[in-house]
Design a protein around this ligand. Structure first.
Ligand SMILES: Cc1cc2nc3c(=O)[nH]c(=O)nc-3n(C[C@H](O)[C@H](O)[C@H](O)COP(=O)(O)OP(=O)(O)OC[C@H]3O[C@@H](n4cnc5c(N)ncnc54)[C@H](O)[C@@H]3O)c2cc1C
Ligand SMILES: NC(=O)c1ccc[n+]([C@@H]2O[C@H](COP(=O)([O-])OP(=O)(O)OC[C@H]3O[C@@H](n4cnc5c(N)ncnc54)[C@H](O)[C@@H]3O)[C@@H](O)[C@H]2O)c1
Length: 470
């Protein structure tokens, strides 16, 4: 008879969400088992957030050097050593992976189980080596993986995904990026700013899920300086001896050869290996177990979800929050505690970064926009491009969301997300200090537009003009 391993909470998947769930369950007094076939050190560290930001950091350095002449600073001919760029990406990435793995090794060995888990019956799982897991409750935290549509599959090693691109020894000469979501946008612009000839394709017309037309137009305009953008097209691919030929039609028509294509057409949840048909769980149209985001529990079952597999908001801070909620509730089964979730917030690390926060124009009533093309500090820095739009609810001008693509948007977006989560109004934000000259001052224009459109007046103790250059 096969071995049976017993615990209070079994966690399937040792990524960011699974590790958070294991910590939360154990600190709430549960005995745990953490199950993973690879223990590769999280998607974030190995093939996600960190290597992508390392490549983007190299692109920032290249762009700063090649635009220094505008300040009268001559750095001579900027050359890019592609092999050195990719080596630093891997060296630093490997360091992050090593640190993550060291963290995992601090979990007692008896808890770390190597294997792939699947359901055998409702509430019952076993491993691919035949061992049974007897757990009072379960957390599924199996993440997501790149999806390669049929038309790009089976074309050989010149078809890359985010799992393989960071292994390139050198920067390619010509790169096609298929899909203009977060990964496509980040990689396309970074590669282009590192001297790669990049064409970015999408079958849709919208970049990165931006809701505001003005913010979308600003990003499109900025990207067009770096790369060739082909939106609203269907792409067909064929492999040649030493390249991939793409032909596209739709909003535009064309044909070109590329050294590599990077496919960034989405990341579906890792569900196939779980044999969910035996789990008894109710599944939605995408095959994801139906769950409550405030508890991460699936119906009335003892199963919980956490991280990308839940497909709610596949970003890192939500994966770790999911894990904490799911782990605690798995330990407390069958008495879950409801948790308020963060204001929805995502960033795409293009330059400038694109931020999407909270609710949009569809649901809001009042909008205020600020154009950074003549914003004082942005102009000083030679970065005066971009737009932000704030969404507020009538009648009090309570901020409910924002779309941004402005210099400093990564930081402005945090400030806005925190204000939105705290139900602040435009008028209340205008009573806060704005230092001069800063990018934050640009917000005033949008906040004042919202105040003007609501019955709430501008705070009368505040100057309604603009400091020079703000
Ligand atoms: C290129 C890229 C860039 C990104 N950049 C950012 C960013 O800048 N900011 C941000 O917030 N987010 C970013 N993300 C998203 C972020 O990385 C993910 O949201 C996060 O890593 C998801 O964590 P997770 O725990 O759900 O999944 P993972 O870390 O993938 O963990 C899932 C684990 O489950 C295991 N597993 C799978 N099936 C089984 C099974 N049957 N049994 C046992 N174990 C199993 C896997 O081996 C894996 O270890 C990026 C993603 C990518 C791909
Ligand atoms: N900075 C960040 O936080 C960050 C960075 C990278 C990834 N991520 C996470 O990873 C997830 C997955 O990212 P992604 O960029 O792969 O997917 P995505 O779902 O965000 O975008 C996929 C894009 O591919 C297009 N597409 C799909 N099929 C196509 C086809 N056959 N031809 C042309 N275009 C096609 C879609 O229209 C869409 O625009 C994101 O949702 C995000 O949450 C986050």
């Amino acid at each position: 008879m096969a071995d049976t391993l017993r615990c209070d909470v079994a966690i399937i998947g040792a990524g960011t969400a699974g590790l958070a769930a294991e910590r939360a369950a154990r600190s709430n007094g549960a005995s745990t088992l953490l199950i993973d076939p690879e223990y590769r050190g999280t998607t974030c560290a190995a093939v996600g957030c960190m290597p992508s930001k390392l490549l983007i950091a190299a692109a920032h350095a290249a762009h700063a050097a090649s635009s220094a002449a505008m300040f009268g600073v001559n750095v001579g001919q900027v050359t890019i050593d592609g092999k050195a760029v990719m080596q630093r990406v891997r060296d630093e990435r490997d360091r992050f992976v090593r640190l993550t793995k060291e963290g995992i090794e601090e979990i007692p060995a008896s808890i770390r189980i190597k294997g792939r888990a699947a359901f055998t019956a409702p509430g019952c799982i076993s491993l691919d080596d035949g061992r049974q897991i007897d757990a009072a409750s379960i957390v599924i935290a199996t993440g997501s993986a790149p999806f390669v549509p049929d038309e790009f599959a089976n074309l050989g090693e010149r078809v890359l995904t985010s799992d393989s691109i960071f292994e390139l020894e050198d920067l390619p000469g010509r790169l096609a990026v298929i899909g203009s979501g977060a990964i496509g946008l980040e990689m396309a612009q970074a590669m282009a700013r590192l001297g790669v000839a990049v064409t970015l394709f999408d079958k849709g017309e919208r970049l990165g899920g931006i809701r505001c037309d003005k913010v979308h137009a600003a990003l499109k305009d900025i990207l067009a300086d770096d790369l060739d953008l082909q939106l609203g097209v269907n792409v067909a691919a064929s492999a040649l001896d030493d390249s991939i030929c793409l032909e596209w039609s739709g909003a535009s028509k064309g044909r070109a050869d590329f050294d590599y294509i990077l496919v960034t057409t989405g990341r579906p949840p890792n569900l196939d290996s779980l044999n969910l048909s035996a789990s008894g769980l109710e599944l939605d149209d995408d095959g994801v177990p139906v769950h409550d985001r405030q508890t991460m529990r699936c119906g009335d079952s003892a199963v919980h979800l956490a991280g990308d597999v839940a497909q709610d908001l596949p970003v890192l801070h939500e994966a770790s929050h999911d894990g904490a909620i799911a782990g605690r509730n798995a330990a407390a089964y069958p008495a879950p505690v409801k948790t308020d979730r963060f204001t929805k917030f995502s960033l795409v690390f293009t330059t400038p970064a694109v931020a999407r926060i909270g609710q949009s124009e569809d649901e809001g009533v009042v909008t205020g926009t600020a154009d950074y093309s003549d914003q004082g500090r942005a102009r000083v820095e030679g970065k005066n491009r971009g737009v932000l739009t704030l969404y507020a609810a009538a009648p009090d001008g309570r901020l409910i969301g924002a779309d941004l693509c402005t210099p400093g948007s990564e930081h402005l977006a945090h400030m806005l997300a925190w204000a939105i989560q705290q139900d602040q109004t435009a008028s209340q934000l205008l009573t806060m200090p704005f230092y001069h000259p800063t990018l934050e001052e640009g917000l005033k224009q949008a906040l004042r537009t919202i105040c003007a459109a609501t019955p709430i007046a501008l705070p009368d103790s505040q100057d309604s003009g603009a400091p020079s250059g703000a």
